[in-house]
Design a protein around this ligand. Structure first.
Ligand SMILES: Nc1ncnc2c1ncn2[C@@H]1O[C@H](COP(=O)(O)OP(=O)(O)OP(=O)(O)O)[C@@H](O)[C@H]1O
Length: 268
């Protein structure tokens, strides 16, 4: 087992609260290289708030976060941006730029202020757009994209940034099932082949089962559970998590979780 100190993202004794919502109490976690963590919990439990805390942009009540062995609050923002990147839940583009120019913004933490992006930076941006099946849109304005295309462009920009730690807030938002699989395959390759570390908030439990090596479950009132996906993603835990009855369906080829309401009606 990798010692926690060598994990790119280490969370120690963390208490997070927003308004009246107790997000976590005493959270301890080490996200290692090659680990893909799923962050699951009901609406409003604090997944986005916790990701923002991991990114160093939301202040915890207690405890701290270390990035590559150094406390986050001792690092400069530019240094953090070279090591950690976040895909926010919503994608808004403030400037009318092409998709290629927008993706190139991901290189900014790596180049000197006022310097131009290099040929290698351009190649990296084109490769990321190609990975997200968006190369044909490279010259299109980012203002003219559909919801799903905007989402894929935001993810391409994150790939161009190339951080060790990726924080992903519902990356599959706005995407049809095929595109969900496309982008999760890209992210999974980043994690497994390039040995990156990812924490991804999502609501699609069956995608978490397929892609995540570990899960962090937020139950509300500061309660949480963390560990390997195989151990923690059970019908019992999911029923408690979402406060509705969840069943495991296993046809011998695939195991899927289903909310029992609709399923019960079909099989009665
Ligand atoms: N700036 C704020 N001030 C006060 N409360 C806030 C603020 N931002 C968010 N909240 C509240 O904090 C709680 C947690 O919000 P958060 O967005 O982290 O939840 P979430 O688990 O990501 O939700 P969802 O699954 O719906 O995206 C919610 O009740 C939300 O209304």
């Amino acid at each position: 087992m990798i010692p926690a100190a060598q994990s790119p993202l280490v969370v120690e004794d963390l208490d997070v609260r927003i308004g009246p919502v107790d997000v976590v109490r005493d959270l301890n976690l080490a996200v290692g290289r090659g680990e893909f963590w799923g962050l699951l919990g009901p609406n409003g439990v604090g997944k986005t708030t916790l990701l923002k805390t991991f990114a160093g942009v939301f202040e915890p009540e207690r405890g701290g976060i270390s990035l590559d062995g150094k406390r986050m609050d001792e690092r400069r923002r530019r240094d953090i941006a070279r090591r950690l990147g976040m895909l926010p839940q919503h994608t808004h583009y403030a400037f009318d730029a092409t998709c290629l120019e927008t993706a190139l913004v991901g290189r900014h933490p790596h180049i000197k202020p006022w310097a131009r992006e290099s040929r290698a930076d351009h190649e990296r941006a084109r490769d990321a757009l190609a990975d997200l099946e968006m190369l044909e849109l490279a010259g299109r304005s980012c203002m003219d994209l559909s919801g799903g295309e905007s989402r894929r462009l935001a993810l391409a920009t994150l790939l161009v940034q190339d951080p060790q730690v990726m924080l992903l807030d519902e990356p599959t938002n706005h995407l049809d099932p095929a595109n969900q699989v496309t982008i999760l395959n890209v992210l999974h390759r980043q994690v497994v082949e390039a040995r990156k570390s990812a924490v991804m908030a999502l609501h699609e439990v069956n995608l978490a089962t397929c892609y995540c090596s570990h899960v962090l479950l937020l139950y509300g009132n500061g309660e949480w559970d963390a560990g390997p996906t195989d151990e923690l993603l059970t019908a019992e835990n999911l029923s408690r998590l979402y406060r509705c009855r969840v069943r495991l369906i296993d046809d011998g080829r695939q195991r899927v979780f289903a909310v029992a309401g609709g399923f019960d009606r079909q099989t009665r």
